[in-house]
Design a protein around this ligand. Structure first.
Ligand code: FE2
Length: 260
């Protein structure tokens, strides 16, 4: 399972924050992955963990779809705080429910992939609604102790990046209560903080993905400047083989291999 997060695609001719060409950045990552497909072997699907779009416009989703088309992978998407629920639903009618929250569950190979909607439209922070928590509870019951990959945009942990933690997931404890009872292998994957951070959560491993277009300095000072860094930071690859393995794919290949 390939996980790309926070692509922040804008309409043609628009630079994000007047500076970032996020479409070019995603095209570079797609090309990079295309160039290493024979090395990494078969990929079941592409999971995109939110903020596909920067402005939630129909045009940005159309552009997103054409940018990822060269991968030729089945698509699974959860919304981020920059996305718009109805525009996403319209753009991905085969991948998302027709009404209500954008929650879904799909068997992919040996694993149950569950996507949850944390979007509160008009806000940066995220929440799991009572309906979404109930959906998770029943999806876990159906997974029946088998391996689960659980995807949501907002991490259920603080990153230390203050201005991002201010727009975090509001009800982490409620999520933790549902997950703590799951007896099988479960890996939680998310995005939002444009950084790869690994952390324990409710007895499982939670992991945030980097973004292909930008990152944030891990600056824990009280007076840390608010803003993003222009670094293109790659994506993640998750495998199940009697345990979860998560690998970061960097944005560029180095030279080599050289003999030892
Ligand atoms: Fe986000």
């Amino acid at each position: 399972m390939l996980q790309i997060s926070d692509t922040h695609i804008a309409p043609e001719g628009v630079l994000v924050s007047g500076r970032l060409d996020t479409s070019d950045a995603l095209a570079r990552l797609v090309e990079r992955i295309g160039g290493m497909r024979d090395q990494i072997g078969p990929i079941d699907a592409l999971l995109v963990s939110g903020d596909l779009s920067d402005d939630g416009s129909a045009e940005s989703y159309t552009r997103f779809k054409s940018l990822i088309a060269p991968l030729g992978l089945p698509l699974c998407v959860v919304p981020g705080n920059h996305d718009k629920r109805d525009a996403m639903r319209a753009a991905f009618p085969k991948n998302l429910p027709e009404a209500g929250a954008l929650d879904w569950s799909r068997q992919i190979g040996d694993i149950q992939l569950i996507g949850l909607d944390t979007l509160v439209e008009g806000q940066g922070g995220g929440t799991l609604s009572p309906d979404t928590l109930a959906f998770l509870q029943s999806a876990l019951a159906k997974a029946d102790g088998g391996p689960v990959l659980l995807a949501l945009h907002h991490p259920p942990f603080a990153s230390g990046i203050r201005f991002m933690d201010d727009i975090g997931l509001t009800n982490r404890d409620a999520l933790g209560e549902v997950l703590t009872d799951y007896g099988g292998a479960l890996r939680l994957v998310c995005g939002h903080i444009h950084s790869m951070i690994v952390r324990d959560f409710a007895g499982h491993i939670a992991l945030s993905a980097p973004s292909p277009c930008s990152t944030f300095a891990h600056d824990r000072r009280q007076d840390a400047p608010v803003g993003y860094m222009t670094q293109e930071d790659g994506c993640l690859l998750h495998r199940w083989d009697s345990g979860f393995q998560s690998i970061r794919i960097g944005p560029v290949a180095g030279t080599g291999p050289f003999p030892f």
